[in-house]
Design a protein around this ligand. Sequence first.
Ligand code: PAF
Length: 286
Amino acid sequence: MLIKTIEEVRALVREWKKQGCSIGFVPTMGALHEGHLSLLKQAVAENDRVIASVFVNPTQFGPNEDYASYPRDIQTDYSLCQSAGVDAVFHPEPEELYLPNRATTVHVTGLTDVLCGAKRPGHFDGVCLVLSKLFSIVNPDRAYFGQKDAQQVAVVRRMVRDLNFGVDVIASPIVREAGGLARSSRNAYLSAEEKAAALVLNRSLSRALQAMQSGERSADLIRRQVADQIAAEPLARIDYVEVVDFEDLRPVQGPMTRPVLVAVAVFFGTTRLIDNVVFGPELEVR
Ligand code: PAF
């Protein structure tokens, strides 16, 4: 079922809750790929009812970003959701979600000043605003996010905790194409040469993971090794390479003693890709 209004979502969810159903929610901006499909399938497997949203959220794009050109194809997205077993797709118009005189912002401090947040001012405020609205409309038991956007997961977890949304935030592993490139809607913008060059991201991060699994604990060394390998690729232009604390996203100084996130953002032509690995020095690798 394709739903356009907040009222219809609320009525449907009310009905499901009356029946005692657990509700999984997968928020997306559409242009669904294998990564989204694995989130949808996981949600379908773990909940009685699943609702997905397809909404290109204007408030999380900067003035010079690709809001206008972001790929939109609701019919294809809707069919993919149906084939994954999703019960309802919420696809509102921007005016349905955003009132002209809105005056409320949602800002998670600290975690949003680093990594992508430092490069995309206001981006996570837009993500948190739209998710606050969607969580309050859908009122799900569980919400599913891709671990590829590791900072988004950390920020959403903190917001959900701080604002008592009562939603279980579930992060699903990164889905990769053959060759290792992390699935992203933005991969469609890459030329064949850029796509081949972008394999350096997974290659360098996998080596970092191996090094950490073999006992390397110097965050500086890991950061330098990943940056050097990426910089050796002529089509790559590094935006950032960071080793940060998995939970609060602060840069790790000195030896690693807690789980870390090794995160990169790299331009290939005009397309900016992100990727990451997580490592728990107490031997747990996620
Ligand atoms: O990850 C995304 O696609 C978006 O940031 C999200 C979570 C759907 C919010 O618009």
